[in-house]
Design a protein around this ligand. Structure first.
Ligand code: SAM
Length: 136
């Protein structure tokens, strides 16, 4: 798999695309928000070849590192995008389509003045739950 097949461009993808077409197969779909250097998504995708994984990341530098890792491992069940997590969900997913969401070690932003930057909040959890299947 080449880098351009793994990294999807926000401005080139239609709104709420058919993910089965993009992955070229029907499979449970998992999302990781804030993939960092891609260590986790590569590990979990290798362990679960029967599932499809999308990883999103706001840092271009980390996304590139993660993408190289996916290419080096030759994984066909991973797609990545440089985009903010809740924007990705609202723009590119249909409701009740995810089999699981991973958010590992999100940036803490513990200072009150940085509260707005925090990823996990009650509205965010409600948003995620609407896009997950019942058992998610
Ligand atoms: C502390 S790092 C953890 C990285 C990785 N999950 C791990 O466990 O090694 C948090 C990552 O989440 C990314 N991030 C933070 N908020 C995000 C958001 N709203 N959407 C997408 N990525 C986000 C950051 O750029 C950073 O790479």
């Amino acid at each position: 798999m080449e880098l351009k097949e793994i990294v999807l461009k926000e401005n080139e993808l239609e709104i709420k695309p058919d993910w089965e077409r993009i992955f070229k197969r029907k499979a449970p779909l998992f999302l990781e928000i804030g993939i960092g250097n891609g260590e986790f998504i590569v590990w979990v995708a290798k362990k679960n070849p029967e599932s499809n994984f999308i990883g999103v990341e706001v840092s271009k530098k980390y996304l590139k590192k993660a993408a190289n890792r996916v290419v080096n491992e030759g994984l066909k069940n991973v797609k990545l995008m440089h985009i903010e997590g809740s924007k990705f969900i609202s723009k590119f997913l249909e409701r009740e389509t995810l089999s699981g969401v991973y958010i590992n070690f999100p940036d803490p932003w513990f200072k009150k003045k940085h509260k707005k930057r925090r990823l996990i909040s009650q509205p965010f959890v409600w948003l995620i739950s609407a896009f997950c299947l019942a058992y998610c």
